[in-house]
Write a protein of this length. Structure first.
Length: 194
C-alpha cells in the first residue's frame, strides 16, 4: 500500500481520483497538510477525512464496466494517458463508442458508485426497466446492464445480449444465448447469470 510522505506527492497522485474505502467508491478532493485525504463518498455525497494508513482504504483502482443511467447502459473504459495518478482519474474515462464521458453520466455519482462497487440489477429486474414500447416516447431506455460486462439491449422484436458495448447474442425463452462466434464468453456469462 503506497504511503505518501509529502503533501505535494499525495495531492498530485490522488487529487480527483476514485478509490474505495470500506468497499465504497470515494472521490479524493485532495490531500490535507497533515497528509490525510479529504474525500467524498460517491453514493451519498458524504464528506470524509481518511488517514492514508487506514486499512479500509484501497489504493487499487476500482474496476470499470457498465454504468446504468437514465439514458441506458454505457460501457466505461479508461483512456490511456501518461499521468501519474493513483486510482481512477475521472478525466480519463470515456464511454465505449463515443470517445468521451457525457456530463450527465459524470454527474450521476450514484450510478458511478454502483459501477465501481459492482451493484447491478438481476436479469429479471433489468428487463422490468424497459417498460412499454410506445414509439412516440423517444426517451425510453434502450439498454440495462446486469453486470460489469453484460447488458440487455432492446432489440425491437426481443432482447439482445451485449458484452462490453457490442451485441453478442439474444434472449430465447428468457435465457441469454450467445451467438456461435461468441461462445467463448459462455463461462463468463454463466458466472453472472443467477
Amino acid at each position: 500500500m503506497p504511503r505518501y510522505d509529502t503533501h505535494r506527492d499525495a495531492d498530485m497522485r490522488l487529487s480527483g481520483t476514485i478509490l474505495t474505502y470500506g468497499g465504497q467508491a470515494i472521490r479524493v478532493i485532495g490531500a490535507r497538510e497533515d497528509l490525510k485525504l479529504h474525500c467524498v463518498k460517491l453514493r451519498n455525497g458524504e464528506e470524509v477525512v481518511i488517514d492514508q494508513d487506514d486499512e479500509q482504504l484501497s489504493f487499487i483502482a476500482p474496476a470499470l464496466g457498465y454504468i446504468n443511467s437514465t439514458m441506458g447502459a454505457f460501457y466505461l473504459m479508461r483512456q490511456p494517458a501518461r499521468r501519474y495518478k493513483q486510482g481512477i482519474d475521472m478525466s480519463r474515462i470515456y464511454v465505449h463508442g463515443t470517445g468521451r464521458l457525457h456530463p450527465a453520466i459524470r454527474e450521476n455519482t450514484r450510478a458511478l458508485a454502483d459501477c465501481f462497487e459492482g451493484v447491478y440489477p438481476t436479469i429479471e429486474q433489468a428487463k422490468g426497466k424497459f417498460g412499454g414500447k410506445n414509439p412516440f416516447k423517444q426517451e425510453r431506455i434502450r439498454s440495462v446492464a446486469f453486470s460489469r460486462k453484460f447488458a440487455i439491449a432492446d432489440g425491437g422484436n426481443g432482447f439482445k445480449l451485449e458484452y462490453r458495448g457490442r451485441i453478442v447474442g439474444e434472449f430465447q425463452d428468457n435465457h441469454p444465448v450467445l451467438e456461435r462466434k461468441f461462445e467463448y464468453l459462455q463461462e463468463l456469462l454463466d458466472g453472472v447469470v443467477v
